[in-house]
Structure formats: structure tokens, C-alpha cells
Design a protein around this ligand. Sequence first.
Ligand code: GLV
Ligand code: MN
Ligand code: MN
Length: 420
Amino acid sequence: MTGLSVDGSRLLGRLHTLGEIGRDKDGRLTRLAASDSEKAGRDAVAGWFREAGLEVAVDRVGNLFGIWSGDADANAAPLMLGSHIDTVINAGIYDGCYGVLAALEVVQSMKEAALTPACPLVVAAFTNEEGVRYAPDMLGSLVYAGGLAVEDALATIGTDGTQLGEELARIGYAGPHEPGFLRPRAYLELHIEQGPVLEREGLPIGAVENLQGISWQRVIIEGRANHAGTTPMSMRQDAGHAAARVVTFLRDRAAASNAPTVATVGCMAFEPNAINVIPSRATFTVDLRDPDEARLQREEAALAAYLDELAVAEGVTITTERLARFEPVIFDRGIVEQVERAAARRGLRCRRMTSGAGHDAQMMARICPTAMIFVPSKGGVSHNPEEHTAPDELVAGANVLLDMVRELVEAGGDKRGRCW
Ligand code: GLV
Ligand code: MN
Ligand code: MN
């Protein structure tokens, strides 16, 4: 393989340009799925796809693709690379966007070097990976992989009362293609780690071999509104207090577990939400994760038992609703080993690791051999505007991806290349 590297300054320039799209008047970056700001981000990415000579395609659930067939047989199963460009609220600029733009950079660099892939290369930006506006998370890739019917996905009602299908149509990204219309031979996703491991160990590359299971629920506690000044403590049916007890139960249990279980209550709302009224209703979310399915099930069962006890002890009614449930995933061993070899060839030290975050790769692993490459996250910080990865580390990760893609699809001596 002849030496070729990505154009690092083009990659970094696009990352920063995309990172400016969706900022509010206070400079906070929020590009929720299928929102106006995400439309602007999609338009920029689709524009770069076209500028690079890729064919742009959108499927019915809004997944956006840039396709380069080159001289390859257009019917050959493509190699797909990608991630997402939707963000959380008050996000950093790297989560997901790095994977999409590095994938574009890899394909564009190969194209400019007149390399000949043995199969089409596809850059994917999947819809609603974050799951902040619509649940479940990884919705676009889940539909793409056949795990959720497109009609059900489009009917999803968001946290703001909008319907995903209507919002996609409104922003012009309800495409004609059936999700799954391109059946990839493999899927690779480059991403920032979003955790502290690589930085702590001074390693530039992570070969992600598995991804933990994710359990999302909405919990609704109903008590009784009453006067904050006149109601004795013994006579309260305080939905707010009961909710607070769930928060501490989850945290104490996970912290004491000696296991990698993590538990988070990220959203909470009280009704009527007044300073002098005992809350009649508390609605909150629970995000539970564990790399071990049996342990994750035990944690879910422990929470359910605690909610039963709490309902009796606090005189409240508790209901739960499942928002997302994904089992842990083990990535393709051959690709994981390939990440290690590609890193070594670039002189980059690498370790195998587990992804704590959810990723589109988790869904794509259902339909094709899949793995991920991680680069370090400064201070292990993500889902935060302080998210940062050094420019040289971003470029190094993109070069590892480039080498892997070349190894997989370049038509070499045997003419057919080494596609799976
Ligand atoms: C996605 O970022 C998730 O892991 O929640
Ligand atoms: Mn992400
Ligand atoms: Mn994220």
C-alpha cells in the first residue's frame, strides 16, 4: 500500500465549521435530530458530499448518505463508514461529527489519489443517534438495521410533542429510499472515546471490541399536591421526595456494586412545580448501562423492586415506560484486530476497550461485521461544550481509518480487492 494520509486541515476545518452550526445566542451548540439547526448541519454535510463528488441519498427515516462507487461494481455490497451529526443539548463539536467528517475525508482522499475501490464506499450520517429529542437513541441506524419498523419510527413523538416523520418532511430530509437499501459488507465507525481511559494510559487509539447494554425508562410518580406550610411531614404523599429517593437509590447501588454498572437520572420534572406546593407528580428518566446483560437485567429488576417498596412506603403510585433497551454488543474480532494492526503500522499505540457510550455501530453490528476506533477525549469529558480531542489525535484516528478502508477495498493484485 502506497503512503497516503488524509488532509488534516480540511478535516479540522469542516469539524469547526459544522461545530458553529446550531449555536444559540449564548453560543451554546444544540442540534437536536430533525430540528432547524440539524437541517442546517445536514445541508452543510450534504454540500461537502457533493463537493467531494459523492452521490447524496436520503432514506425514509432521514439517514443521509454520501456514496462513491468509483469504478467498482455499483451492485457490490458497499463498505459503510459513519456516525451521526445530531447533538445533545449544549454539546461539544466532536461527538458523532468527527466520525462522519473523518469518513468523508477518507473517501475524498482516496478519490483524489485516484485509488480504485473494489466496492462502493458509503459515508453515513444516521438520524437521531443521541435520542435526546426522540427515543430510542440510535433510532436511524436501528431502523436501517431492521430493528424498528420505519412507520413506527416516523410516528415517534418527541420530548417537545413533535412527530419525527413530520419534522423530517418539514426540514426536507424524508428521503425516498427504504432504510437498509444499501446492505453493507462491513461498517466502521471512528469516534471520540468520551471517557478517560485512553488519555489516562497515554494511548492515541482504542480498538473497540464491545459496547455495553443500555436500558432507558421513564418513571412517573403520582402523589398528592398539598400545602407546603400546613401539611405535617407524616401526612405527605410527596412525589418529589419519592423521586429523590430513586435518584439516591440508583447512585448508591451502582457506586457500591464493584461492577462497571452506571446509572443516571438525567431529566426530572415536578408538577405543579411551585415553591409552596408539595409535588403531585414527578416524571424522570433512568439510564442504566452495563457491559454484562445478566447484570443489567439484575439492575433493572432491583430498580423495579425498589419502586414497588417505595410506592407503599411513600403512599404514591409509580408507573414506568420503556424508552430504549439494547443488549451489549461484541464487535467483529477480525476488524478489531485490523484496527490494532493499522494503528501499529502508523506507530500508534493502541488498546482494546469497551465503549461506554451508545453508537450507531451497535445497531449496524446486527447486519454486518462492525467495529469502532476511538481517539482520546481530554479529561474524559463529553456531552459538554468542553469536549476536546487534540488536532493531531483527530488526524491520527482518521489516518488509521483510511488505512483500514484501503486494506479492505482497494483493488490490489487480485483485482477484486479484499472486501469481506
Ligand atoms: C449516546 O451518546 C449515548 O451513549 O447516550
Ligand atoms: Mn456519538
Ligand atoms: Mn452522544
